[in-house]
Design a protein around this ligand. Structure first.
Ligand code: ADP
Ligand code: MG
Length: 240
């Protein structure tokens, strides 16, 4: 559903963040994007939401080349692709509920329907009881959940998360990854950029590795059977 073809992004400074990157992500996948700092992870996510355009190359969402869409179509694209950036971009003078309501208000959605949607999403991400608090009153993990909730308000097909566990302790990191997996299990394609090798190595997910803006590795998810081969053999059928 997402296809990058020979995407290069060079900045005015002459720095190239991505070089001739070609890859595809299918509907329903859960993909980790890993690589050292400066390898192009954030640039990749920003290109996918048309926050910037590639210097050369094409990016397709389905049949649509998003590098060619007019500015008037960007809001529609952002409804199809939700994103959580590293700095979360929460408005500090608004409550969690109001922060998550904001994109719906800007899209002129009916107030009653919008409020119902916000309440539903807050419950889904597990912070319903914090809805009337301000961002400073939440923990790092709760704030991350709030930002994920805001990225989900339009029920996007794809959720992008940029280092969502970057500032969290190990336990909270796992809770956030579990939440992203639950969201994925409901049908949303999830792309998570991360440094967190514990998380990446423990899960049987596809891992795209970038190095200096190029694709270094693209490892398909290991199947449970491949993993189990290395574990103690259990009698067939016991789990059924
Ligand atoms: P990552 O998220 O993997 O750390 P980035 O995508 O942020 O990597 O950055 C990739 C490279 O592009 C880095 O060398 C970075 O300095 C450069 N870069 C990113 N954004 C800009 C920008 N707006 N202007 C100039 N260089 C940039
Ligand atoms: Mg980054």
């Amino acid at each position: 559903m997402i296809r990058l073809e020979n995407v290069t992004k060079t900045f005015g400074t002459g720095a190239s963040a991505l070089i001739e990157l070609t890859l595809a992500i299918e509907k329903g996948e859960f993909v980790f994007v890993v690589g050292p700092s400066g390898s192009g992870k954030t640039t990749l996510l920003r290109l996918l939401i048309h926050d910037m355009v590639p210097t050369t190359g094409s990016i397709f969402l389905g049949d649509l080349d998003i590098t060619k869409i007019p500015n008037s179509k960007i809001p529609h694209l952002r409804k199809r692709i939700g994103v959580v950036f590293q700095d979360l971009k929460m408005l500090m003078d608004r409550t969690i509920f109001e922060n998550i309501m904001l994109p719906l208000e800007m899209a002129n959605l009916d107030q009653k329907a919008a409020k119902e949607q916000v309440s539903k999403i807050l419950e889904q991400v597990g912070i319903g009881e914090h809805k009337d608090k301000f961002p400073v009153q939440l923990s790092g993990g709760e704030l991350q959940r709030a930002a994920i909730a805001r990225a989900l308000v339009f029920s996007p097909e794809i959720l992008l998360a940029d280092e969502p566990t970057g500032n969290l302790d190990a336990t909270t990191s796992w809770e956030i990854v579990k939440l992203l997996q639950d969201i994925n299990a409901l049908g949303t394609t999830v792309v998570m950029a991360t440094h967190n090798t514990d998380v990446v190595n423990s899960l049987l997910k596809r891992v795209i590795t970038l190095e200096k803006g190029s694709l270094k590795k693209d490892e398909k998810p290991k199947s449970h059977s491949e993993k189990k081969e290395k574990e103690t053999v259990k009698p067939e059928g016991v789990l059924k």
